[in-house]
Write a protein that binds this ligand. Sequence first.
Ligand code: NAD
Ligand code: LMR
Length: 328
Amino acid sequence: MSKKPVRVAVTGAAGQIGYALLFRITSGEMLGKDQPVILQLLEIPDEKAQKALKGVMMELEDCAFPLLAGMEAHGDANTAFKDTDYALLVGARPRGPGMERKDLLAANAQIFTAQGKALNAVASRNVRVLVVGNPANTNAYIAMKSAPDLSRKNFTAMLRLDHNRALSQIAAKTGKPVSSIEKLAVWGNHSPTMYADYRFATIEGQPVKPLINDEEWNKNVFLPTVGKRGAAIIEARGLSSAASAANAAIDHMRDWALGTKGKWVTMGVPSNGEYGIPKDVMFGYPVTTENGEYKIVEGLEIDAFSQERINLTLKELQEEQDGVKHLL
Ligand code: NAD
Ligand code: LMR
């Protein structure tokens, strides 16, 4: 194996997403089957959490993964993020039944201020950060604002789960395989206001919209199903989504690192003003990636219905940003 190991920090490593994520990172599903990794795992310093983390590390050891080049347990972000090339910020309180993700803002905002500062101080200058902990967009915004010495474009929020959920709904509706669907976009916040948009989508090169040709389904079934899927899973499982969230995190990081070869995926990224979204708002956009950089797909036509939906999700994100102003 000739590649130099890269450092991957994961927070909340003993939590349920962590458990579904770490084994896949270490088997090479995220960064490639030829890329050794050093895991830098962060949990709260609490004895029980650290003990559970040790248990997960014992299991990682027992997998004898050829790509595992090292593994560390941490209770402090300032050591966990040292020189890290990738940071998956998962650790945060999840919502329970009856809560909206923004209800977590007060509980989780401080975590992301501290972790943004720690990344700023000790991470690799090219660190690629994915925020999974909810409310993911605003937490990513907080981390970015707390790390002024790092490039804004290295901070992203996870909307890939919404993107994947939308793909599956479209596949079920059209009877076509998920792998045949391209050019799907999810705009805005990882919340029920998100706007999953198949106006540009194609299946085997043919436009999806005329194939579905059902505006009522779009408004009354598709958008609410995708938007409220997280709550539906909490209701069914009694716990928030974990394996599908970990899978989306793997997809997000893999595509960012290894490229999408022209395909669109959805990432939450800081706006530079694209589609009229104010600068720095952490917004879900369709992107393509190449050589470790993402590029927002520009020039798409926004019709009246889409503009209305984009305005709604933007308004929510701006309210969340206002709610954390005092922390920044
Ligand atoms: P969990 O409670 O099972 O695990 C969270 C872990 O994070 C716990 O082990 C906890 O000790 C740890 N933790 C808490 N604060 C920490 C800190 N400051 N530093 C390091 N570790 C810390 O929760 P989970 O199910 O794994 O979910 C984690 C987060 O991911 C939640 O906020 C959840 O809402 C969110 N989530 C986001 C998406 C998405 O699509 N963006 C999808 C699913 C879940
Ligand atoms: C999800 O979408 O499944 C996660 O964000 C968890 C949640 O609170 O909905």
